[in-house]
Design a protein around this ligand. Structure first.
Ligand code: PMV
Length: 327
């Protein structure tokens, strides 16, 4: 095959961020915003990656040499996970051909919506088709996890799994992933503060707070786990009113451990006042996004309220499809 296009979804964390680091469960959901990767063969053995549209970076990798096309000094680092994924596909299939990779991503970057893992998974899937190997989901997950680890240290592995499999998943460090049977659409409004955050800095902020007040913070973490268990039942029963209340309690816990801020709180309260069932920050906090659980009738009002409070509103729904070939 000369070329293949694949896509993979972004994600939001519905419940349990941060507390998941300390062994409690979390619920994560794939959303209908996707990253697309078009991969085609090239004759000269180089790997050319164009992710200018989203990351402002493009360039050529040849062995371990990088030649910049566009994007300044950070370009190589930004493109490294994509290049690693391509290299792993080529190594596993015994190929040493050159490839062009063109990324088109509708998931906002650096907002905790899993754009990086989605781009890598879509690239790995498309590349595996170009070399006629057509990797399984399990192989795509492994490649995405390993490629992401290079840049993001040791993440919990939430993003690679949800972008590969789609749907709604329960995750716990010791137990891994389990699909949750959430039948109905789950209409969410994402509110992006447009403030970039560093997940590792926020994770370490919580760690410091836990070291200072171990009994208090450990108790909050435990409550976080109880919320998740209740939320699984509410999701299976399509009980949006309980889900919304649980989101509000979860947000208060995240505020208590220090990862919310004024920008996030403004969007959360605007969404609630506009009639959301509930609203909370999603992901690491300190910026990034909130999610509001909406009904179809109220979604426009909630989106407007989020925009008025200074955020960018994005309509999002559950996506049951993970990584897939497009053509
Ligand atoms: O990177 P984000 O914004 O999706 O947040 C990651 C979730 C954390 O629980 C804060 C960290 C982790 O690795 O689970």
């Amino acid at each position: 095959m000369d070329q293949a296009k694949a896509s993979a979804p972004g994600k939001i964390i519905l419940f349990g961020e941060h507390f998941v680091v300390y062994g409690e469960p979390a619920i994560v959901m794939a959303i209908d915003k996707r990253a697309y990767a078009l991969v085609e063969t090239r004759r000269d053995g180089k790997i050319y990656i164009d992710n200018f549209k989203d990351l402002g970076a493009s360039g050529y990798f040849e062995k371990n040499e990088f030649t910049l096309e566009k994007g300044g000094k950070d370009a190589e680092k930004k493109l490294l996970p994509i290049k690693t994924a391509v290299q792993k596909v080529l190594e596993k299939t015994g190929n040493n051909i050159g490839l062009n990779v063109k990324i088109d991503c509708s998931i906002p970057v650096s907002a905790g919506l899993g754009s990086s893992a989605a781009v890598v998974a879509a690239t790995a899937k498309a590349a595996s088709h170009v070399v006629d190997a057509g990797f399984s989901n399990e192989e795509i997950l492994n490649i995405t996890f390993e490629s992401e680890r290079i840049v993001h240290g040791t993440p919990s592995g939430i993003d690679p799994a949800i972008t590969t499999y789609g749907g709604v998943m329960l995750f716990q460090k010791e137990r891994g992933f389990k699909q949750i049977n959430a039948k109905k659409d789950i209409p969410l409004i994402i509110g992006n503060t447009r403030i970039r955050h560093s997940t590792s800095e926020l994770v370490s902020l919580v760690r410091q707070k836990r070291e200072k007040y171990p009994r208090i913070i450990n108790a909050l973490i435990k409550v976080g786990g109880i919320i998740v268990i209740k939320a699984v039942t509410a999701l299976e029963n399509n009980d949006f009113s309980v889900l919304g209340e649980l989101m509000n309690i979860n947000h208060a816990l995240l505020s208590s451990v220090g990862v919310s801020n004024q920008a996030l709180d403004r969007l959360v309260y605007a969404a609630r006042e506009a009639g959301a069932y509930g609203a909370k920050l999603t992901g690491a906090g300190g910026g990034g996004c909130i999610i509001a659980l909406s009904s179809l009738e109220k979604s426009e009002r909630i989106a407007k309220a989020i925009e008025k409070a200074g955020g960018k509103a994005i309509y999002a729904e559950k996506s049951d499809e993970g990584v897939r070939i497009e053509s």
